[in-house]
Design a protein around this ligand. Structure first.
Ligand SMILES: NC(=O)c1ccc[n+]([C@@H]2O[C@H](COP(=O)([O-])OP(=O)(O)OC[C@H]3O[C@@H](n4cnc5c(N)ncnc54)[C@H](OP(=O)(O)O)[C@@H]3O)[C@@H](O)[C@H]2O)c1
Length: 259
């Protein structure tokens, strides 16, 4: 697969690291274009992909990704128009503009998709939502699915659901990081070293998620299984409820989802 990526910031660099790590793209088949502050050049020195010297070099790309802030996208679309192959898919990773706007800027026959990835894509544990423009056929979807699927899981959703998908999958890691830190603080308060605390907490969270995923068991059932009558776990659960844990999480997602 040959791909290009415009933008090598937070999400662009996570994407670039992920596709190289998964080996779905070889460094010589990955072309990157950055902005003015040299982030793409710095990453190129570390990872060895190619820099875009001329947009005309992109005509034989399978996918051209756009991972910049939305305000620079109109100028990128102008550069791309007329320089894309018949089967090149433009895949925007930005929160806006919409597929309709991308398509009208690139032409009515253009192949356009939007995806909202999260930063765990760089360690191939991502969760990415993807929506396709009307010109994308099964083969185009298969190409994008192979690319995004190599970074973890990728799920096709209608475009109107990309916002909440991105909030849960994209903001969620930061909320989990706060939870991890709080668990580690509590562990240290109760006698563990910081190093021991993080080792235990990270493996515990990964294990709990893997168990829920692989057993396909409802989280309430998994919780009930470890709450013995009058035991320590149910006392901890009661303390979480007393302090509004569920409501805090629901409010965090709801507030983050205001666009
Ligand atoms: N961060 C996340 O977790 C996340 C998750 C999902 C989606 N997104 C979306 O991804 C997009 C990028 O977010 P980010 O956090 O990665 O932003 P960022 O860290 O600010 O990175 C933006 C990148 O765009 C480059 N750039 C600017 N102008 C350019 C141009 N004309 N051509 C090519 N590259 C150009 C910048 O290069 P220079 O630094 O050299 O100027 C920089 O590498 C946003 O739309 C965001 O909503 C982010």
């Amino acid at each position: 697969m040959k791909i290009a990526c415009f933008g090598a910031g937070q999400i662009g660099s996570a994407f670039i690291r992920g596709v190289l790590k998964s080996q779905i793209v070889r460094p010589e088949n990955l072309l990157v274009k950055g902005g003015k502050s040299g982030t793409a050049e710095a990453l190129q020195a570390e990872l060895g992909f190619r820099l875009v010297r001329n947009v005309a070099d992109l005509t034989d790309c399978d996918v051209v990704c756009i991972a910049t802030i939305p305000s620079v996208i109109p100028s990128i679309l102008k550069e791309l128009k007329g320089n894309l192959g018949q089967n090149t898919i433009v895949l925007s990773l930005a929160t806006s503009p919409s597929i309709a706007v991308l398509q009208s800027a690139l032409g009515s026959h253009s192949l356009v998709a939007r995806a909202i990835p999260n930063t765990p894509i760089q360690v191939l544990a991502g969760m990415t939502g993807v929506s396709y423009g009307k010109n994308c056929q099964t083969t185009h979807k298969e190409t994008v699915q192979a690319l995004l699927g190599s970074l973890g899981q990728a799920l096709e959703v209608p475009e109107e659901k990309l916002g909440i998908f991105g909030t849960v999958a994209g903001c969620g890691p930061a909320f989990v990081d706060v939870f991890i830190e709080a668990l580690a603080d509590a562990s240290v308060l109760n006698g563990l070293s910081r190093k021991e605390a993080y080792k235990i907490v990270l493996q515990m969270i990964q294990g709990a998620a893997t168990l829920a995923q692989e057993s396909q068991t409802h989280p309430a059932v998994l919780k009930d299984q470890v709450c013995s009558p009058g035991g320590s776990t149910i006392r901890g659960v009661a303390a979480l409820e007393e302090n509004g844990f569920r409501n805090a999480v629901i409010q965090a997602i709801t507030k983050a989802n205001i666009h």
